[in-house]
Design a protein around this ligand. Structure first.
Ligand code: SF4
Length: 322
């Protein structure tokens, strides 16, 4: 498959300000040197605990947050080099769906107005064409023209998330970032929305970046997984291979914590000591060394290289040094 997105050494660092006059006293490395490739038509999931940088990565890919350095190639074009107008045009191809549809929908706007707005911003279409497009996209996400008359507070959580998906789809994008799209929903509604996303992907040839902390959802929906910790990528691999044989000690700990109903599949839970350190003051060497059960002396001082372990599997850990 051909890549739709290639990220090279992407960084997003924030100045940390302190004191009455906001003196810069350091740097928070929210995204710190991430490189990865996403193929057309796949779902690439990014997992990690809160503070791992996964949401910042998703937003930086769309330049909703400007990167500090690095490249983002979308269909071969480095979008970090684009000015405001070409970037505005490209945004029809790259969309985002947020975790909280209630927070991301204007409460004073009807659903129809919410869905018309992107069309009016990006195209000059006759009113009839806009109405037809809105009606069509509502049907695509399983809603009706009657829903278009309502306000967000009149819809259920699942219906609101369908509106969020419709708003992303209405510009006919190729690539969509989903930022925890089902974590605010009940489990039964989660399943419906995930099935809808899979159906839309195959019908419309979409590529997804799926940001989530929920490993069960990620295992269900994704083709590849990237595991982030303190702004760095720990491991990338095909979903089933990564879940059945995780390479990195952090991935091993995350997967050991997934509840298993089948007693034969239960493995011993790896409990990590301590809390995730602050990205304002990340540990030296391997950023995971303060919590890693396999930490060695060199882990405290030497940052592990990103290395290919086998076909399509990558990790950054001294345990795999040749
Ligand atoms: Fe653990 Fe060292 Fe590997 Fe980091 S490099 S994950 S500390 S073994």
């Amino acid at each position: 498959m051909k890549p739709i997105l290639e990220i090279k050494d992407l960084k997003k660092h924030y100045p940390v300000k302190k004191g009455l006059f906001g003196r810069v006293s350091g740097t928070a490395k929210a995204v710190d040197g991430i490189s990865l490739t996403i193929d057309k038509g796949e779902t690439f999931a990014i997992v990690g605990e809160s503070g791992s940088g996964k949401t910042t990565l998703g937003k930086t890919l769309l330049r909703l947050i400007e990167p500090t350095s690095g490249s983002i190639f979308f269909n071969g074009t480095d979008i970090t080099e684009l000015g405001a107008e070409p970037m505005r045009k490209l945004k029809t191809d790259m969309q985002i769906v947020f975790q909280d549809p209630y927070g991301s929908l204007d409460p004073k706007w009807t659903i129809r107005r919410t869905l018309e707005e992107p069309l009016r911003t990006h195209y000059s279409l006759p009113a009839q064409a806009i109405t037809e497009k809105v009606d069509h996209i509502l049907e695509v996400v399983g809603l009706t023209p009657q829903h278009a008359l309502r306000f967000p507070y009149e819809l259920s959580g699942g219906q609101r998330q369908r509106v969020g998906i419709a708003r992303a789809l209405i510009l006919e994008p190729k690539f969509i970032v989903f930022d925890e799209p089902v974590s605010a929903l009940d489990v039964s509604i989660q399943a419906q929305v995930l099935t809808l996303l899979q159906d839309l992907q195959s019908r419309l040839s979409l590529t997804y970046l799926f940001v989530s902390h929920d490993l069960s959802v990620v295992r269900y929906i994704s083709d590849h997984v990237g595991v982030m910790y303190l702004g760095k990528m720990m491991e990338v691999g095909p979903t089933e291979a990564l879940f059945s044989k995780p390479l990195h000690p952090y991935t091993q700990a995350l997967i050991s914590a997934i509840p298993q109903s089948d007693p034969d599949k239960r493995s011993e839970r790896i409990v990590l000591s301590g809390e995730v350190p602050s990205p304002r003051n990340p540990p030296s060497g391997c950023v995971f060394h303060t919590r890693c059960p396999h930490a060695m002396p060199q882990c405290r001082t030497i940052q592990p290289e990103w290395q290919q372990i086998s076909e399509d599997r990558y990790t950054a850990c001294h345990l795999y040094n040749n």
